[in-house]
Design a protein around this ligand. Structure first.
Ligand SMILES: [Mg+2]
Length: 288
């Protein structure tokens, strides 16, 4: 098939907790000798302030927290990339997206709020460096962080994605975004509003409410399932065969739509006074 007959898509993925099992900030604090609880206190404190875009807490702390700023050097960021635990088969996912699905080409990019050095170091040999974008700093000759060039967190991801899409000349309905939620809410709302496809890879409440599909798997190939189903239009048996052709068996495939419900007790006399249709009803989960 010639290249022009291929249907081209952009597949953009978050990094922390989407392609990894933990957050770069925690690995970094460990490397530079800041206790986890202390880092957690700082990061959560930043989130609570709403001073910076969601996901940009680490970038802010690297610039303004004396403890982090004085300890962290560029080499530590590269070291984080080598130590962070990645989901399996990210390289294979890239190969399959690139040329493994007949009639389709998916250009795989990573867009992370984490420092770009962390992500490029972690995905070295799996994804080309120019397909990896993150928060950019400038450094002093000593390796100490000097200043920030660009934060790709929160709305910063939207701005970056729009640029990428324009450069690649791909329509907004051919954009797929996968993320776990911490810095992905704006970008997912944006992609949905423009008829793209969004995939959540965690059960975080806000993200599952926004994403069109949720897939939980310790294997990076898990995101292929909703793509093959929704974009390529394969049936379950075809998807199983496809995954099998790449050397994996789908061992378990549970499909549950989850409704998030919080109930509060109603005083019984108030309940009695409600008309029949006003009485609270619950439906917890439904299969299908
Ligand atoms: Mg994330």
């Amino acid at each position: 098939m010639n290249a022009s007959a291929l249907k081209s898509y952009l597949f953009v993925s978050d990094f922390d907790q989407t392609l990894t099992f933990n957050d770069s900030g925690y690995v970094l604090s460990e490397i530079v000798g800041i206790p986890t609880e202390e880092f957690e206190r700082k990061a959560k404190g930043m989130t609570k302030l709403n001073l910076v875009q969601q996901g940009a807490e680490l970038a802010y702390l690297l610039l303004h927290d004396p403890d982090l700023r004085s300890r962290v050097r560029k080499e530590h960021l590269i070291q984080v990339g080598k130590q962070i635990r990645l989901k399996s088969n990210i390289g294979l996912l890239n190969e399959i997206l690139d040329h493994g699905i007949e009639g389709y080409h998916f250009d795989f990019f990573v867009l992370s709020a984490a420092p770009v050095e962390v992500v490029r170091s972690a995905l070295e040999g799996l994804l080309p460096a120019d397909h990896i974008h993150g928060t950019e700093f400038t450094y002093k000759p000593s390796g100490e962080i000097d200043t920030i060039v660009r934060a790709t967190a929160g709305y910063g991801k939207v701005a970056f994605l729009d640029e990428l899409q324009a450069n690649k000349e791909i329509g907004p309905d051919h954009v797929i975004y996968a993320g776990d939620g911490s810095s992905d809410i704006h970008v997912m709302l944006h992609v949905n509003a423009r008829d793209g496809f969004t995939i959540a890879v965690s059960e975080t409440e806000h993200v599952t409410q926004i994403a069109q599909r949720t897939v939980l798997s310790p294997n990076a190939l898990g995101v292929l399932v909703p793509i093959l189903e929704k974009i390529v239009g394969m049936h379950r048996t075809q998807i199983r065969k496809f995954i099998e052709s790449h050397g994996f068996l789908i061992q378990e495939w549970d499909k549950v739509r989850t409704d998030w419900i919080t109930l509060r007790a109603v005083k019984s006399d108030l309940l009695e006074s409600l008309p029949e249709e006003g009485k609270p009803r619950t439906r917890l989960t439904s299969a299908g």
